[in-house]
Ligand binder design. Structure first.
Ligand code: IMP
Ligand code: MG
Length: 179
């Protein structure tokens, strides 16, 4: 697996430091609020498990799986729910935990959904932000690092379902896409 990686963008230690920084910000801002952390599957699952263990306070966890609808080349801004949360979000402080914000379609749609369902607040923590391809305005409240317009893998992020278990963030060799 490692031989498919062209370049390491963030080492395992660097990723851990970014995650810890985000966790400490959220820990401080949500003190006493018992936030509901909603992991957007599958990409955010590795991030989520480290992130919540860096928060020294009460939190609850839930999971949601969605896929984007695309009409032609443009995202329609709507998402199809594959797996919904089990928890009622009414009057809860919701924190959406996402791996990377790319076009913004996923988060824009989910923020609207949870507000509509009566959440007290909805905020977003994203490990990475790729602003170059943004189509929808989304205000990410907590962002780890801004990345260039390249396809990155590892630490939950996949290419064709693979590389999620890579412990660091890397850029794939172009020949991997060609196969
Ligand atoms: P969007 O913001 O709705 O376009 O979608 C973001 C989703 O696209 C993320 O949750 C990732 O699953 C996926 N994604 C975007 N950029 C990358 C990347 O560089 N590597 C892996 N997955 C990506
Ligand atoms: Mg994904």
């Amino acid at each position: 697996m490692q031989e498919d990686i062209l370049k390491v963008l963030y080492s395992e230690d660097e990723v851990k430091a970014i995650v810890r920084r985000l966790a400490k910000q959220v820990e401080q801002d949500y003190r006493g609020k018992n936030p509901l952390m909603i992991c957007i599957l599958k990409g955010a699952v590795v991030f989520m498990t480290d992130f919540v263990r860096d928060i020294d306070d009460y939190v609850e966890l839930d999971f949601m799986d969605v896929s984007s609808y695309y009409g032609g080349t443009k995202s329609t801004g709507e998402v199809r729910i594959i797996k919904d949360v089990d928890t009622s979000v009414r009057d809860r402080d919701v924190v959406l935990v996402e791996d990377i914000i790319d076009t913004g379609a996923t988060l824009k749609s989910l923020m609207g959904l949870f507000s509509h369902r009566g959440a007290k607040s909805v905020k977003v923590v994203a490990l990475f932000n790729k602003p170059s391809r943004r189509q929808e305005f989304v205000a990410a409240d907590y962002v780890g690092e801004t990345v260039p317009d390249e396809f990155i893998v590892g630490y939950g992020l996949d290419y064709a379902g693979k590389y999620r278990n890579l412990p660091y963030i890397g850029i794939l060799k172009p020949e991997v896409y060609a196969n």
